[in-house]
Ligand binder design. Structure first.
Ligand SMILES: Cc1cc2nc3c(=O)[nH]c(=O)nc-3n(C[C@H](O)[C@H](O)[C@H](O)COP(=O)(O)O)c2cc1C
Length: 212
């Protein structure tokens, strides 16, 4: 039995293209691997710990061996809990819209919380950075209003490269992408067709990646 962790970053519920593809993927996965457990973290329905002054004080205090106050320890413990939940998974599914060419702020907040030395990566002056979350597959579902396939448009895409960079930084390099685009710019017929294509690909990916 594996634990599949679905992290979603669209607040659009039933209207969300990224969530619709994720639902199709996970439905197929449930059919193929009924004993797997699927946990859904909806980042627009979850209060993450703030990443503010007290947490940074705690973080740098711990890094530099300074004694932490009780509130600092508690602030850091909240960060650790979110990272521990993330690290407990065997397989990951991210579903996210492109917002202003990049990822929604709630997902950036999530990474700002979990990407921490000692939790998801290590640094050593001799060997540099090492990701600590290794050997697990990721399916990343990207929805975009426009289309970014051409070389000129691809340079505007800071959604997929960012996600792949941050995941690779913490050790997750086996990333399988499903892109649904354009959900807006091509009109409703093109959007519908691309959504169906993405759903078909999601079913293949469920078998080849999550089912493995
Ligand atoms: C705040 C905001 C910013 C957006 N920025 C972009 C953008 O930079 N490029 C783009 O192609 N689409 C952009 N869109 C459109 C979304 O990417 C598109 O509607 C996508 O289908 C949303 O995914 P969802 O349906 O899963 O929520 C933006 C939408 C919102 C709400």
């Amino acid at each position: 039995m594996s634990l599949v962790f679905h992290i979603s970053a669209s607040p659009r519920g039933d209207r969300s293209a990224s969530l619709e593809v994720a639902r199709a993927l996970l439905e197929e996965h449930r059919r193929l691997a009924p004993n797997d457990e699927v946990i859904h973290l909806d980042l627009f329905a979850t209060e993450l710990p703030p990443f503010d002054g007290p947490v940074l004080e705690a973080k740098y205090g711990i890094m530099h061996g300074r004694p932490a106050t009780a509130p600092q320890r508690e602030a850091w413990r909240a960060v650790e809990r979110v990272a521990e939940q993330f690290k407990a998974a065997d397989k990951y599914v991210f579903s996210l819209p492109m917002w202003n060419f990049s990822i929604p702020y709630r997902l950036k907040h999530y990474f700002d919380v979990i990407v921490q030395p000692g939790l998801t990566f290590n640094f050593d002056p001799a060997s540099g950075y090492t990701g600590l979350v290794t050997g697990r597959p990721v399916v990343a579902i990207y929805a975009r209003g426009g289309e970014y396939a051409s070389p000129e448009a691809a340079s505007l895409d800071m959604q997929k490269p960012y996600l792949e960079t941050i995941l690779g930084f913490i050790g997750l390099t086996d990333v399988h992408s499903i892109v649904v685009e354009p959900t807006l710019a091509g009109g409703p017929d093109a959007a519908k067709q691309r959504l169906q294509e993405a759903i078909a690909r999601a079913k293949t990916v469920a078998a080849e990646v999550l089912g493995a």
